[in-house]
Design a protein around this ligand. Structure first.
Ligand code: ZN
Length: 330
């Protein structure tokens, strides 16, 4: 990874996996020892395989620049025109005595050159004629590469003239490509008018990840004898859409708020549709107060539900509505 050395994420990755790990980003995810990777890191690396992103952060977006040759694997890393020598010269790979060795292991420094090219291919057996011709091709290919003992091997990002990756340029390239359809929902959730804890709750609701009884049951956290019914109405399974919108208890809160804004509205099928409708104002001009009220009401319903289930404390709906009105103007 060639990026600003001060960046926190680089420090974390290097301290977790060692500086030698950085070149592995050039290879396929499958080539990484999965036992060394956390599930989070595996997901990050899978981004390399996403079609719309791979041309920016995939294996072909990086290249090695040879320095002292200590970090680059001679046979496994694509350090010569993106060629992987293991695949280009399979016979040589099979006969090689040091398959995992670095480039430095195979190349003498320029001032210590023993062979004409400075390279020594360490083979266990002589190559067959055809393969020895191919090995000659490799020798020719290698003549233009020399070690530089005073410089470390570097991973360069091919989209930057200095080879330095940064997120802003990565995003710009992706957007300019026209290959990526940006989903609309993030702007609905992550906006400056909503406190971060409320926005986070809203995001989890859209991801169907609020621990309502239906979600807990499907994840086998609730046992089979525990009820999945809504604690308010006792009449429907407590899904996220039900709890936050459709339950007779919750819908009364929304109705009171609509009345406050002086219009009638039918609650949509899902939180996602609801969120878009609300963000866009449902026919009125949405301002920052309006965009706060929707997520804040969902959050208030959730808090009231938890107070009821875990503390036995019942909150009047009129109190919730009153609090939302007051907080909106604070
Ligand atoms: Zn209910």
């Amino acid at each position: 990874m060639n990026c600003n050395k001060q960046q926190l994420w680089k420090s974390i990755v290097v301290s977790s996996f060692g500086s030698a790990f950085r070149g592995k980003l050039l290879n396929n995810v499958e080539s990484l020892p999965s036992s060394q990777l956390s599930s989070i890191w595996k997901e990050i690396l899978k981004i390399q395989k996403i079609e719309t992103l791979s041309f920016v952060v995939g294996a072909n977006s990086w290249k090695w620049v040879l320095g002292n040759g200590s970090k680059i694997s001679f046979l496994y890393d694509p350090w010569i025109d993106n060629l992987i020598l293991k695949d280009e010269f399979p016979a040589l790979f099979l006969l090689c005595r040091s398959q995992n060795a670095s480039v430095a292991h195979f190349l003498y420094p320029s001032d210590m050159s023993m062979l004409q090219t400075g390279w020594e291919l360490l083979l266990s057996l002589p190559l067959p004629l055809y393969d020895s011709l191919k090995a000659s091709d490799l020798q020719v290919l290698l003549t233009s590469y020399k070690l530089n003992e005073h410089q470390e091997d570097l991973v360069m990002w091919v989209h930057d003239s200095k080879g330095v990756y940064n997120v802003a340029d990565g995003i710009r390239i992706i957007l300019n490509s026209g290959n990526l359809v940006i989903p609309e929902w993030p702007k609905v959730v992550w906006n400056n008018n909503v406190p971060s804890k409320v926005a986070l709750f809203h995001w989890l609701a859209l991801k169907n990840s609020i621990p309502v009884r239906d979600v807990l049951s499907r994840r086998h956290i609730l046992s089979v004898d525990q009820s999945t019914f809504c604690a308010w109405c006792l009449n429907e399974v407590e899904t996220i859409d039900h709890l936050l919108m459709h339950c007779s208890w919750s819908s009364k809160i929304w109705t009171d708020l609509f009345r406050w804004w002086n219009f009638r509205w039918v609650l949509p099928e899902s939180i996602l549709l609801f969120s878009f409708d609300w963000y866009n104002g449902m026919g009125i001009k949405a301002n920052k107060f309006w965009r706060l009220i929707g997520p804040a009401t969902m959050w208030a319903i959730w808090i009231a539900r938890n107070d009821y289930i875990f503390n036995g404390k019942y909150t009047c709906r009129s109190v919730i509505v009153c609090n939302i009105k007051l907080k909106t103007f604070l």
